[in-house]
Design a protein around this ligand. Structure first.
Ligand code: ACM
Length: 527
């Protein structure tokens, strides 16, 4: 039996900029429809070129077809690395589907993976589920696609500190990112409310720092108080290696975030000697910004660089995030060691001390061949050479960073904080606040008009944030993420001139069936 769900009637050689019926998200740069169908059945064979084994194996699991020599009786899906396509960039690809042959070509393996993801979106939604093709034939419209992303940084951020996300749920989120051709997972691993990554040299970071006594219920101004239930969780180094490898097989780079010098209370509950007061602290049970920051002493800096050394062993990422946001100056003001540092260095104030501190981490990471990433506070005290700035307090920090010549990832809270409400209806789960509906995400442009062409080139891309104070479960995480991450995928991938919200909405209806097949608890459009 041939399932007809993906069979399309269209005139020969129609050029479709927005092939609504093909329902690909994010929309490819160029799609040319042809007549005819390509049938994937039991006789279909996948052929791989050297360097494409991982992608061929993944496609084989989706299509239920073996990777072996073509059969004269069936159709062929071929994966080929082709250096002549290098003008498409390291993530570009072509997909050429004729009645007997689906040819996936790319200059690099990432492009082959994206070609395979596009092919999956030409199949029935069940191709995104666990049941697979079985004995049924799948039919794909013949067409030709040439595609490459608008931005090199297309990310999803998860906060595993306020609420821990079990390893299998992280892997599921990675699969969801991969479906949308995102290539970066920003993994927020340490904060006031929990330390979530095993560090061998400092075991108390997880034996003490990963557990909190209880959790604030509701907003700070609500009367509910605390839930009285202990809470915890962390990733072992083996878990981290598994997550990083799983993501890498899907062409997703995992960028760890180790927060400093603020958002430090969980670490200081384990090792108060690296704080400013020596006070015995507990892992924070409230939301907001704790006053407890790391000291700027040699010993605290050495501790943090020891932690980073283990992090660098686990994460091959060129980019390493050190937070740098929301650092209350109070404890440094009161700490004679911090004041002595300010005096010895001839610094103006605590803000300059913050910049000096981040500068030490920048040198440390640069000397190890990595690039520091931080929230936009890291440039408040001046230029930080070579660092990547995440602009979260609107676009101001990003614009300033690009003017300094820093690369920028646009993560403004008013467009990309998906922990904000997505509708004003009464049925939404309690969120932190804000309001970012789907069309607002879709219409976001990560390149601010204030930048000139040279500065605009410093915008690496964008990502969606899922701060988890009010995201207690994986189901709510998925509800907050989707479909807004679908819209952001198109912001990050599709050429600006080809974006069209009406077309997106139409394609999204089919696309949500894919999310359903993946078991993702997306927010229904009509909710
Ligand atoms: C942030 O939301 N504090 C980066």
């Amino acid at each position: 039996m041939i399932t007809r769900r993906a069979v399309l009637a269209a005139p020969a050689m129609t050029f479709l900029q927005q092939p609504a019926e093909a329902a690909i998200i994010p929309l490819p740069s160029r799609v040319v429809r042809r007549t005819g169908q390509f049938i994937i059945g039991n006789q279909t064979r996948i052929t791989e070129a050297p360097g494409a084994q991982i992608e061929a194996k993944w496609l084989s699991s989706i299509l239920d077809c073996p990777v072996e020599k073509p059969s004269p009786r069936g159709s062929t899906v071929s994966l080929t690395l082709d250096a002549s396509l290098s003008s498409l960039g390291p993530e570009g690809y072509t997909l050429d589907i004729s009645p007997t042959h689906a040819a996936l070509k790319a200059p690099k393996s990432a492009g082959l993976y994206y070609a395979a993801q596009t092919l999956r979106q030409l199949l029935p939604p069940s191709a995104c589920g666990k049941t697979g093709r079985g004995a049924v034939d799948w039919s794909v419209p013949c067409l030709q696609i040439e595609d490459s992303p608008r931005f090199p940084w297309r990310g999803g951020h998860i906060d595993t500190c306020r609420h821990f996300l079990p390893k299998d749920e992280v892997l599921k989120y990675i699969d969801a990112l991969a479906l949308h051709k995102f290539n970066t997972l920003h993994f927020h691993l340490t904060d006031d409310q929990g330390w979530r990554i095993e560090i061998k040299k400092y075991p108390k970071l997880t034996t003490v720092g990963s557990r909190r006594r209880e959790t604030r219920v509701g907003h700070e101004d609500m009367p509910q108080g605390f839930d009285g239930k202990p809470y915890g969780g962390f990733y072992s180094q083996a878990d981290i290696r598994e997550i990083v490898a799983y993501a890498a097989a899907r062409h997703i780079n995992v960028v760890p975030e180790i927060e400093m010098p603020g958002h430090a209370q969980a670490a200081l509950s384990a090792y108060p000697e690296f704080g400013n007061t020596g006070e015995k602290l507990e892992v924070w049970t409230q939301w907001g910004v704790s006053n407890n920051t790391f000291n700027v002493s040699d010993k605290a800096i050495a501790f943090l660089q020891d932690v980073l050394s283990e992090v660098l062993e686990l994460f091959p990422s060129k980019y390493i995030h050190v937070g740098g946001d929301e650092v209350p100056p109070d404890q440094w003001k009161a700490n004679p060691e911090a004041q002595a540092r300010i005096k010895a260095l001839g610094l103006k104030n605590e803000s300059a001390l913050h910049s000096w501190f981040i500068g030490r981490m920048n040198e440390f990471l640069r000397s190890r061949g990595r690039i520091l990433v931080g929230w936009d506070e890291i440039i408040e005290g001046g230029h930080l050479p070579g660092a990547v700035v995440m602009s979260w307090r609107g676009e101001k920090g990003g614009i300033e960073a690009a003017r300094y010549g820093n690369q920028v990832v646009m993560t403004p809270d008013n467009y990309t904080y998906f922990n904000y409400y997505q509708s004003k209806g009464p049925k939404e789960p309690l969120a932190i606040g804000g309001f970012i509906p789907l069309d607002m995400v879709y219409n976001y442009d990560p390149v601010p008009a204030a930048l000139n062409a040279d500065q605009a080139r410093l915008v690496l891309g964008t990502q969606g944030q899922l701060w988890s104070e009010y995201i207690p479960t994986p189901q709510i995480l998925e509800y907050m993420a989707f479909p807004r991450m679908c819209a952001l995928a198109e912001v990050a991938w599709t050429p600006k001139g080809q974006k069209n919200y009406a077309s997106f909405q139409q394609r999204l209806r089919t696309h949500l069936e894919r999310l359903k097949a993946m078991g993702i608890n997306y927010r229904p459009l009509e909710a």
